[in-house]
Design a protein. Structure first.
Length: 362
């Protein structure tokens, strides 16, 4: 799939390497400073700052670009393509498996391209730039009793662009699904410079795109070939579970799922395209909340009980292992709330929502 969306296998999906030539990096830096209005940071300090994320991995990037505009992003991708340099779009750096680390030119949208472009409370949608922090969006949406359902624990500093790259979930994804299920459209840029708006694709629209030809037609035709050739294997081997977030979302290319190119790109971690803008779905945010804490002999028994709990339509469900509590105590942390935990060595925190507290309790 990745090879369909850029002109060469090098792109930003280039295998890990430490041998990007210093002279080429210097020339790339020089050209970027000539072409873009934003910040170009190839100094050792900036590269060190962007060498890590929330994981235990460390890869020093070629350099960092902080674009001020979409035009800056387009120019950066063009220069990276010309210099055969890999690219990595980065959000808040909260990834736990090294997704924000690479020997690449890192694009940081958080400083400038971080706006809520539009919020439609009637249609329950929002248009956002990739660098917007999740809680900034949720604060505005809550004025209309709406929210973006997925909410990782880093919600006060992770970005929507990062969530789209990662296909993030979070406690309240029980209520609304993972990020993939809440993306309606994406404005994306491929490594070979094609900018296009993608989403669900009707058959007649697909035919128009392919008949028009060009790079977009080539990409759509190639993606349809994947769906046609491997459709039965995708249906049989991609598990239909709430938090399947690993690998490309090939099921979204199937006809019964609307040939949704936007949702197929969610979770691809910038290996296929850079997200410039996203149109996302908002859901009702219940103003009344109630929390039930259930204790079990161990975390495995707690997990066994989750399917039964989900029948009662909670808005959130989180598991806690006794190991976490023990580690807190070892570190000298003794929150008073620990005393409220029921007996056990595994717990489920189950939240219910309603119009008010009484409604949530019921």
């Amino acid at each position: 799939m990745a090879s369909l969306l850029h002109e060469s296998q090098i792109a930003w999906a280039r295998p890990y390497s430490t041998d990007y030539p210093a002279g080429e990096a210097h020339d790339l830096e020089t050209q970027l400073k000539k072409r873009i209005e934003g910040e170009v940071r190839f100094d050792d300090g900036s590269r060190a700052l962007y060498a890590t994320d929330g994981s235990n991995y460390r890869q020093v990037p070629i350099g960092v670009v902080v674009p001020k505009s979409i035009e800056d992003v387009i120019a950066t991708v063009a220069e990276c393509r010309r210099h055969r340099a890999p690219l990595l779009a980065r959000g808040g750096g909260t990834s736990l498996a090294g997704q924000c680390c690479n020997v690449a030119v890192v694009l940081d949208f958080t400083k400038y391209l971080n706006q809520l472009i539009d919020l439609d409370p009637v249609g329950k949608t929002a248009r956002v730039q990739p660098g917007i922090v999740l809680d900034w969006l949720r604060t505005e949406a809550e004025r209309h009793h709406l929210t973006f359902g997925p909410d990782p624990s880093t919600h006060n500093h992770n970005t929507l662009g990062g969530m789209i790259g990662n296909n993030s979930c979070g406690t309240h994804s029980v209520m609304a699904g993972k990020t993939e299920e809440n993306v309606l459209e994406l404005d994306v840029l491929t490594y070979d410079g094609l900018r296009m708006r993608v989403g669900a694709t009707r058959d007649d629209e697909f035919e128009r795109i392919v008949e028009a030809g060009g790079r977009r037609g080539e990409i759509y035709a190639g993606l349809r070939r994947i769906a046609d050739r491997y459709g039965n294997q995708i249906r049989a081997r991609f598990p239909n579970i709430p938090r399947r977030v690993s690998g490309y979302n090939l099921p979204d290319l199937l006809p019964e799922n609307g040939f949704n190119v936007a949702r197929a790109l969610v979770g691809t971690e910038c290996t296929c395209a850079v997200t410039l803008e996203a149109t996302i779905r908002l859901v009702w945010s219940p103003p009344g909340r109630s929390l039930v804490v259930l204790g079990y002999p161990d975390i495995y028994k707690a997990g066994d009980h989750v399917p039964e709990i989900l029948k009662f339509k909670p808005v959130a469900c989180e598991a806690i292992d006794a190991l976490l509590v023990e580690n807190m105590k070892i570190k000298g942390l003794h929150p008073r709330d620990l005393e409220l935990l029921p007996n056990g060595r595994g717990w489920l925190l189950v939240e219910f929502g309603g119009e008010d507290r009484q409604d949530a309790d019921n």
